[in-house]
Design a protein around this ligand. Sequence first.
Ligand code: NAD
Length: 181
Amino acid sequence: MATTRGFLVGRFQPFHHGHRQLVEEVATEVDELVVGIGSADASHTVRNPFTAGERTMMITGVLADIDVRHYVVPLEDIDRNAVWVSHVESMCPPFDVVYSNNPLVIRLFEEANYEVRDPQLIDRGRLRGTTIRERIVASEPWQDRVPDAVIETIREVDGLNRLRKVATTDAGGGDDGDSDG
Ligand code: NAD
C-alpha cells in the first residue's frame, strides 16, 4: 500500500505543547510526516527569536519520543504567495495531505488542489507562541507550556537572554497579535 505522508508547517517560535499534541494527532493519521520550519530565514527578533537550526533541535528532540517517521525541512519565506506552494514542494519530500489552521496556508494549498485538514487548536489561551514569548520577556513561568527538549534547547543557546535583549531593541519586530502559534 502507498505511503501517506502528511505536511505540517509552522514557525514554532518556540515549539510548544500544542504543536506536540498536534504532531501526535497527525501521527495517528499518516505513515510519515514532513515538518516544515516556516520563516526559516528569520531569527533574533521578538516575533522570531530562534534560528532555523535551533528550531530543528527543538523539533528533533520532541519528535524522538513520537512514533512516526519524519523529516524536518527549513523553509525560507518568499515574497510571492502565488508560488509559495511550489517553493515548499521543491524543498520537501512529496506529501499527500496538509495540516494547518493558518488561513493563508490553507488557501494556498487548497488552490494547489491539496487535501487540507484543520485540526482543533488545543488550550489556545496558554499554548500560543506569542504568549510564551511574552512570559519569557516578563520573567513569568513558561516552562510548563513547552516540552523538555525545548527547555533544553533554549537553555543551551542562552535563548532567554537573547529574547529579553531583543525585546528592548527590536523596535519594529514586536509581537503584533496576529494568528501566531
Ligand atoms: P505557527 O507556528 O503559528 O503554527 C503552526 C501550526 O500549529 C499551525 O497550523 C497552528 O494552527 C498550529 N497550532 C498553533 N498553536 C496550536 C495549539 N495550541 N493547538 C493546536 N495547534 C496549534 O505557524 P504558522 O503561522 O501557521 O506558519 C506558517 C508558516 O508558513 C510561516 O512561517 C509563514 O511565513 C509561512 N508562509 C510563507 C509564505 C511565503 O513565504 N510567501 C506564505 C504562506 C505561509
